[in-house]
Design a protein around this ligand. Structure first.
Ligand code: URA
Length: 435
């Protein structure tokens, strides 16, 4: 095998065989494939495509370029992946709820990307929590508690790590073939029996248009199934923030309020139950999605999910009393400024991407890779589409470290909202299912 010939084959529309994919992925991981060759490969895939067979081959090859976990547990191993959004803290509810239903969840998560929040950044707001504990600790906590939300180690899918960095600087990120193989290689390296996907659509999603979201969902489901992992996807709404809060510690507070029942966010709960229903069917624990969703409802209502969350936090180095004392344990921002509605009317439009960007500029995300997150900042009390506002009533509350930063965020949030005298139709939470 030779990199030059593999690249030329893809360039000429001949696709990618399993053998060629395995050789190329091993070369990416070992360094035998140069940066120039990796860039040319990515561009050839971007322009010509590799079809479902090629996607399966590349996914398997990148998965196998590093460590693939294996499990010996008393139940199925299942995970969820979201394509990313604003105020989307579903993972923090779903992992413990699934564990409470007898499923094992090694949730290998990422950090914020662009304007979207990252599960790992949220978990790291919990003092002492070890988000990168290594594979042995991950396996131990999953076996003992039922779930662990952690980050990927360097041993997981190293070929993807290298190719992702090269795509980032070569104009080849937005390829469905490459996105599919990138997401799935990391997820499938966790040794899953099943994977449920939350593909977001709307102003705050990477796929703003339904046709693009559907195309990505179809590709992910077909490729995961082709690679031997049962998979289904829901296309869920991201035309506004899913939670009332966006920002790392603020989202953890919203999760804890929902888990403990002190202030339930229904949108978060309903999306969690729908994805959980899918996951429990994939796991063979429920006959139908509705049965599965009812099991998740029960885990949340009875406090079982909260209990599992508390055990996971403690097992990974966080406070032993986090569930009871989370308001005292999480950081809070010194400057709080409301964003007054400029006039009375119904909320008709939210630019969710602009809200995410506002959180990033407050310090809740990264403008460059080396930026350190400020965990306490963000937005809370976000008004939702269809809500009727009086003039001056807050559209949101800005949590900032300085008055200057707060002022910029107030202007950005005000511009992100559209108000009108006519009541709009509220967007559905779930737009579709691919399975
Ligand atoms: N997330 C990934 O892990 N890879 C991509 O290519 C895009 C999103």
């Amino acid at each position: 095998m030779e990199a030059r010939l593999i690249i030329a084959g893809v360039r000429d529309g001949q696709g990618l065989t399993a053998e060629a994919a395995a050789w190329f992925a091993a070369g990416l991981a070992s360094g035998a494939v140069s940066d120039a060759q990796a860039g040319a490969f990515a561009m050839a895939v971007f322009l010509k495509g590799i079809g479902t067979e090629g996607r399966v081959a590349l996914t398997r090859a990148m998965r196998d370029s590093g460590q693939v976990l294996d499990w010996d547990l008393a139940g199925p191993v299942i995970d969820k992946h979201s394509t990313g959004g604003i105020g989307d803290s579903v993972s923090l509810l779903l992992a413990p709820a699934l564990a409470a239903c007898g499923v094992f969840v090694p949730m290998i998560s990422g950090r914020g990307l662009g304007h979207t929040g990252g599960t790992l950044d949220k978990m790291e707001t919990i003092p002492g929590y070890r988000a990168l504990p290594g594979v042995e600790a991950l396996k131990k906590v999953v076996a003992e508690v039922g779930c662990a939300i952690v980050g990927a180690t360097d041993e997981i899918a190293p070929a993807d790590k290298r190719l992702y960095g090269i795509r980032d600087i070569s104009g080849t990120v937005e390829s469905i073939d490459l996105i599919t193989a990138s997401i799935l290689s990391k997820k499938l390296a966790a040794g899953l029996d099943g994977l449920v996907l939350d593909v977001k659509v709307g102003s705050g999603a990477f796929m703003a248009k339904m046709e693009d979201a559907e195309a990505l969902a179809r590709s992910l489901v077909a490729t995961a199934n082709g690679a031997g992992c049962r998979c289904s996807a829901l296309i869920t709404d991201m035309s506004q923030s899913l939670g009332h809060s966006a920002g790392n510690a603020l989202e953890v507070i919203e999760v804890m309020e929902t888990l403990t029942g002190s202030a339930v966010n229904e949108a978060l709960w309903d999306v969690t139950a729908a994805l959980g229903g899918e996951a429990l069917v994939l796991a063979g624990k429920a006959e139908t999605m509705d049965d599965g969703a009812a099991m998740i409802d029960h885990a949340l209502e009875t406090g079982r999910a909260a209990e599992v969350f508390g055990k996971m936090v403690a097992a990974l180095g966080g406070p032993l009393d986090f569930v009871e004392r989370y308001p005292d344990r999480l950081p809070s921002a010194p400057v709080l400024v409301p964003v007054p509605a400029p006039r009375a009317g119904f909320v008709t439009r939210v630019d969710a991407r602009a809200l995410g960007e506002a959180v990033v500029r407050l310090g809740g995300g990264r403008l460059v890779g080396t930026d350190r997150i400020i965990p306490s900042v963000g937005l809370s009390g976000l008004a939702v589409i269809g809500e009727e506002m009086d003039a001056g009533e807050p559209l949101a509350l800005v949590h900032a470290t300085t008055a200057d930063r707060a002022e910029a965020a107030v202007a950005a949030v005000r511009a992100a909202y559209g108000l009108s005298a006519d009541m709009p139709e509220e967007p559905p939470l779930i737009h579709g299912r691919i399975g």
